[in-house]
Design a protein around this ligand. Structure first.
Ligand code: PEP
Ligand code: MG
Length: 922
């Protein structure tokens, strides 16, 4: 431990840019103080002190810290004219956590520290307000008891409820000074009973305990879980700072208030102050959602001068930070203080809109407008909304706290949400009176969140918005009964397990499930992505197999299809029987017959894709999976056959019986019954089915492979059954020729899967050329097309030079290439050992989600370099799932690829990620 390191910084002295040392909040308080905002005086204890403290076995504060704290407290006394522990004019402080990364509500904060029986009297004398004094005291005892001494909230809540009941008080504000005095006394006893010690009354002892409690909260379960969930690594944030700030009071009468506000609307991005406040209240009342606050617009009516000052504060914050701010303020008897500010967490719709508008206002430039949006978050803009054609009556109306719509079964606590949502895979809606940070695991498991209390800045609203989940907050018409696991709403009710639907965009709640529809692109998103395309070098194509997919991908801005998996076109009720016929065919003629029937269907598929994407390229991959995948399962076939054989026996029995009865001139009625039975179970038909199934079973057994993913698939299949690839190539080229004839501009690209040697490509190319010539002759004009290869086999990377001689383009199939490079079978890996590998840090990420740059990426780079050494204009792209992942896209940019191809909904993400890659590249 380095005892000479400076750990304690006055707000006037701390480096406002050093979030790592001072935490986000601490650095901000320093910066705000230094740019002249009215911040209550205070100081910061560094994150380094926290780490030193946590590193000691018995949790000891670094030497000298409390001396520095004393010095700083004396400075605060001077600045405020008050004394810490002074019974005449006491100084009270808040002790707040704050790490380099914002972790809303995850760590602890203590308010009103410095109160004891003597200073309380001083507060009462100084303010002339006994009610205010006792209120502050009881809040302090509870918070300190809970956070610093580990006393459970329930013990306090029980006492408080009893006092409220006895006083017939509906709300906290209805309690008198005497009620609150009694509350404080009872709370002191609660602490004494729970800890076996009297409540600490020495302010410096309180301060030291509080500092340690905040440091400890960094290692608490809540904070650790949060960091894990949001992938906050020690490089991003390590340790929490402690901020000791002079208390200012929003609960000192009707000229006092407290509130939280965003400089712009965090749900829509509208350029208008957005927030809530409560008159005569303390900050925690707003954040905890205990009282429903008023919209900030009301302040103009209630305190016009303060509203004006708040507008000025808003402008100062934005012009200094060049970012939307989420700030807390307090008005203490006509004096406005800014308590903290941070970059506002907004949903993506708001992020996009503010990017466009702040650029137009000259607050930021286009680069900044692009870079402030996380590419992954754009998927949120494709969130569903309720189908507007479905008419349904809402049962409750709350605040539209986080947009999007979701249906699911109601659950009333976070543990149940986790159980039913995560463990049983059900869609759940978490319904609470209000949420607290300890409910966080329930948020992760839920589709949406509904609360009956609290405003748009309540915990539920803030967290749901951050996660991009729909949330309706403060639906006061709903009364939640957690013990009975049900909620009453008007004359009706819903229980755990009942399906409800939320619309976080309108704040409406419905009973039952309501279908959702795809959202539209906003004009702002189009503008932003236009800016992205202008700076990106990588083009973004889509993986799409159907015209609908292609249409959607195109509307999201895909400039072509990078991968159409033709096998997906086979898996269709109309085609599958033909495909099966083709596979089980015993002779080439029979196979050709089936293929001849498939040809027009495939031609139509391709033509539709060409039309939708015209004039952009459409890359069609020839059949890849092993053909036995189209056949029924061996065990199912065996079972069906044994059932059929029993049926055959019965059918024979029926026939014999029918014959016998015929001889006996059975009555007409009986004969009719026998005839019916015979028609239904005709032995000849049954025998025929058995023969077919037996043939199929023989084929299934013949095609059986121990390791089909490494077996008879891709180009290997195309070479052993050339007629399959020939049919597909013909269908592609004929479709292109038809389009050309109709004046539709097309760019067909044919790619061959699973290639490991140039000879394979040459073989396929020979029949491609033959068919091309035939088609040209038939249609009177050759169609132009490109011929390329998937690179998804390790050997293909190593033989890139010779493959480049045959191929006009390379398309990295990183799904297979990852399997091949690691020698991991994806499904086995993900089900068996990968989670453990990730948890224990053997592998940082799942390489099937995040491209393994060090291994797979290295092979890709080699292949690109070798390929281009032979053919400098070799076109190279990626079409594995990694093509839609921002970090992998950054790598593809760096490796010199020309395009990425990803699933439709990832296209906007990839477009922005491609721009980020270009902007952030060295
Ligand atoms: C790949 O292997 O990355 C690829 C795109 O092909 P598929 O996922 O169809 O195997
Ligand atoms: Mg593949």
């Amino acid at each position: 431990m380095n005892t000479t390191t400076k750990h304690v910084f006055a707000f006037e002295d701390g480096d406002g840019k050093n979030k790592h040392l001072l935490g986000g909040k601490g650095a901000n308080l320093c910066e705000m103080t230094q740019i002249g905002l009215n911040v209550p005086p205070g100081f910061v204890i560094s994150t380094a002190a926290c780490l030193d403290y946590l590193a000691t076995p018995d949790h000891t504060l670094p030497a000298g810290i409390m001396d520095d704290v004393h010095t700083q407290m004396r400075a605060l006394e001077q600045k405020t004219g008050k004394g810490f522990g002074d019974s005449e004019n006491p100084l009270l402080v808040s002790v707040r956590s704050g790490s380099a990364m914002s972790m809303p509500g995850m760590m602890d904060t203590i308010l009103n520290l410095g109160l004891n029986e003597q200073t309380l009297q001083g507060v009462i004398r100084a303010t002339g307000d006994a009610r205010f004094g006792y209120d502050a005291y009881r809040r302090f005892i509870q918070l300190f008891g809970k956070v610093a001494l580990g006393v459970h909230d329930e013990a306090f809540d029980k006492e408080f409820a009893a006092i409220k009941e006895a006083a017939h008080a509906k709300q906290d504000v209805d309690l008198s000074a005497t009620d609150l005095k009694e509350t404080a006394e009872r709370f002191l006893k609660v602490v004494q009973n729970a800890t076996g010690r009297p409540f600490p009354s020495d302010p410096y002892e309180q301060l030291e305990i509080a500092i340690k409690a905040v440091f400890n909260s960094w290692g608490g379960k809540r904070a650790v879980d949060y960091r894990k969930q949001f992938h906050i690594t020690p490089e991003m944030a390590n340790g929490t700072a402690v901020n000791v700030v002079t208390m200012v009071f929003g609960n000192r009468g009707d000229d006092s208030a407290t509130g939280v506000a965003f400089t712009r609307n965090p749900a829509s991005g509208e350029n208008k102050l957005y927030g809530e406040y409560l008159v005569n209240a303390q900050g925690e009342d707003v954040v905890a959602g205990i009282r429903t606050p008023k919209p900030i617009d009301r302040l103009k009516v209630e305190m016009p001068e303060m509203a004006k000052q708040l507008d000025e504060l808003r402008d100062k914050l934005e012009s200094h930070y060049h970012e939307v701010q989420d700030f807390e303020f307090t008005i203490e008897q006509g004096q406005l203080y800014c308590l903290q500010t941070r970059n506002g967490k907004m949903n993506t719709v708001a992020m996009v809109r503010t990017s466009i508008e702040m650029e137009q206002e000259g607050l930021i430039n286009k680069q900044q407008a692009l870079l402030r949006i996380a590419p992954d978050s754009l998927e949120q803009m494709l969130f569903p909304r309720l189908d507007p054609t479905v008419k349904a009556d809402a049962v409750a109306q709350g605040l539209p706290a986080s947009p999007g719509a979701a249906s699911g079964i109601a659950v009333f606590d976070a543990d149940r949400a986790e159980q039913l949502g995560h463990e049983q895979g059900l869609k759940v809606i978490l319904v609470r009176e209000e949420t607290k940070p300890e409910d966080i695991h329930g948020f992760f498991a839920a589709e949406g969140i509904l609360t009956s209390r609290g405003g748009k800045t309540s915990h539920a609203a803030v967290v749901a918005r951050g996660m991009g989940k729909p949330c309706v907050a403060g639906a006061e018409g709903i009364s939640v009964d957690v013990d009975r696991r049900e909620a009453r709403v008007g004359l009706t009710s819903f229980k755990e397990g009942d399906v409800i639907t939320l619309d976080g965009t309108t704040g409406k709640v419905y009973l039952g499930a309501i279908p959702t529809v795809e959202p539209d692109f906003t004009p702002e998103l189009n503008t932003l992505l236009g800016w992205a395309d202008a700076v990106a070098r990588l083009k973004v194509l889509a993986n799409a197999d159907t015209p609908d997919d292609a249409r959607r991908a195109r509307s999201y801005g895909a400039v072509g299809i990078g991968l159409a998996r033709t096998e997906r076109m086979f898996n269709d009720v109309e085609r599958l029987p033909i495909v099966i016929e083709m596979i089980v065919a015993e002779t080439p003629e029979k196979r050709q017959e089936a293929l001849d029937r498939l040809l027009p269907l495939q031609r139509k598929d391709f033509r539709e894709l060409f039309e939708v994407m015209s004039p952009n390229p459409v890359t069609i991959r020839l059949l890849d999976p092993p053909i036995h995948e189209f056949l029924p399962d061996e065990h199912v076939l065996e079972r069906e056959l044994s059932e059929l054989r029993v049926l055959a026996q019965n059918a024979r029995g029926v026939t014999v019986l029918a014959g016998a009865m015929g001889l006996l001139h059975a009555s007409d009625a009986l004969r009719h019954e026998v005839d019916t039975a015979r028609r239904h179970i005709d032995p000849a038909v049954v025998e025929e089915v058995i023969a077919k199934k037996e043939a199929m079973l023989r084929k299934v057994r013949a095609l059986y492979e121990t390791n089909p993913m490494l077996g008879h698939r891709g180009v290997r299949l195309g070479i052993t059954f050339p007629e399959i690839y020939q049919m597909q190539v013909r269908a592609i080229l004929e479709a292109a020729a038809e389009c050309a004839k109709a004046g539709i501009q097309v760019k067909p690209q044919i790619k061959v899967p699973q290639v490991c040697t140039a000879a394979e490509l040459r073989k396929v190319k020979t029949f491609v050329d033959t068919i091309h010539a035939e088609v040209a002759e038939r249609y009177g004009k050759p169609v132009s097309f490109k011929f390329g290869t998937m690179i998804e086999v390790v050997r293909a990377c190593l033989r890139a030079e010779s493959l480049a001689e045959e191929a006009e383009f390379f398309s990295f199939g990183t799904n297979d290439l990852t399997q091949a490079t690691f020698s991991f079978s994806r499904e086995d890996a993900e089900n068996k050992f990968l989670p453990l590998y990730n948890q224990s840090g053997i592998l940082q990420d799942n390489p099937f989600d995040v491209l393994d740059v060090k291994g797979v990426g290295k092979l890709m780079k080699l292949a690109v370099d070798w390929g281009r050494s032979v053919k400098p204009d070799l076109h190279v792209g990626i079409c594995g799932e990694h093509g839609g992942h921002p970090a992998s896209i950054a790598f593809c940019h760096e490796a010199g690829l020309d395009y990425v191809s990803c699933s439709g909904p990832r296209v906007p993400v990839a477009r922005l990620a491609a721009a980020h890659a270009a902007l952030l590249a060295d």
